[in-house]
Design a protein around this ligand. Sequence first.
Ligand code: 5AD
Ligand code: SF4
Length: 468
Amino acid sequence: MSGPRKLYVKSYGCQMNVYDSHRMADLLAPEGFVETAAPEDADLIVLNTCHIREKAAEKVYSELGRVAKLKQDAARDGRRVTVAVAGCVAQAEGQEIIRRAPAVDLVVGPQSYHRLPDLLARAEREHRRGERVVATEFPIEDKFAFLTPPTTSATRARGVTAFVTVQEGCDRFCTFCVVPYTRGAEVSRPAATIIAEVRHLADAGVREVTLIGQNVNAYHGDGPDGRTWTLAQLLERVAEVPGIARLRYTTSHPRDVDDGLIAVHRDLPQLAPQLHLPVQSGSDRVLAAMNRRHTGADYLRVIERLRAARPDLALTSDFIVGFPGETEADFGDTLRIVDEVGYSGAFSFKYSARPGTPAASADDQVAEDVKSERLARLQDAINRHHAAFNAGCRGMTFDVLLEKPGRLPGQLTGRSPYLQPVQVMADTHLIGEMVAVTVTDIGTNSLFGALTAPGRQEMKPALAALGA
Ligand code: 5AD
Ligand code: SF4
């Protein structure tokens, strides 16, 4: 008798890929697959890929080289390994993967994960005929209804925090971005199924939920009352689920921040005072060329209103440098907006031309060395604000959700309301607890804190005074 089959899933890119990878593993569990962290033991290897920038997409092919070797080694021992490529590279480059990577048995796009057991069976049949399977169509059925059956225990909790996808795809068509092509048009899940999933996660010990979507604040799902719900309405309802102590949502588009969403930042105590609101560039000329449909001033106005509602709101962003046509003056506007907002952190990238997107064919591409030089200057500015934000937390007392053992013995790691990792000396029985912690020291990437005793103190909304 052979034991259970082993599954190795590797996720690249965004949080939605992490979520999808977990759902794939959940879906394959009833098929007899158990997860392994060792690819060389696996009977099924799934690479869940990212297409957002060229570098991310290229990683797949080098990983597939290593996987091909594992597959050969296993074959020598008389063991067949099935290799599947999922995610946005699968969606965008299905045939190319088949052509370039003979080890791949199955290519499966993000809209077909719920068909995975069937597709694997088909891949086995095709394999015997020397063929491979590509499933990258956009099916009409609601994949979420199959991927996360609300009444079962299919969604497995994997700790005290969890992502929950509430919408997928994007209708905004920023001219640099592949998401509208790889993830398709914006689809929102019905609120009832999201609430059922959150309830299930809470019952399994999850205390913090992050609602995710490529353009999450464009959420417009069917509500249980027969009306279309906004993200604000959904957040209010999810906050009522017993056991859920903290809520976040990501990623948002500045144009889709409505009055209701601003109001929940004021009114909903569970909603963490931290928001990822990518601006991409500070230059109005570049923003227009990116089809962002907002100016720098529009963005700053949204932030002003959010901060009026929640004075200690910490903001993070994504930036692209070297978008086609970006001049030194445009880049100066980006540096200025970084200083004006005073981000607690940000991601920054060199523009990467993506096949099929409008900006890729612009004739005023920026030279690689100019991009690199601007990226370094931007990252300096971002790091400065990040360090200032962290430094301002020294002596503060705030709620930390303790998630897992920390780096040192006796230490636990958790997150502050502002999403900073915090290391605290605390007993493991406190994992899953929201505890008051006073920040004693500041590291490069984490804060160090001590449990505040006795009892709990009020969280100080002191960050607004930082003026970073
Ligand atoms: N080149 C560089 N960065 C990109 N992003 C999206 N597309 C590209 C691209 N073609 C960045 C944006 C987005 C983040 C997820 O990735 O900043 O917000
Ligand atoms: Fe891509 Fe975000 Fe723009 Fe949508 S809003 S096209 S996901 S960058």
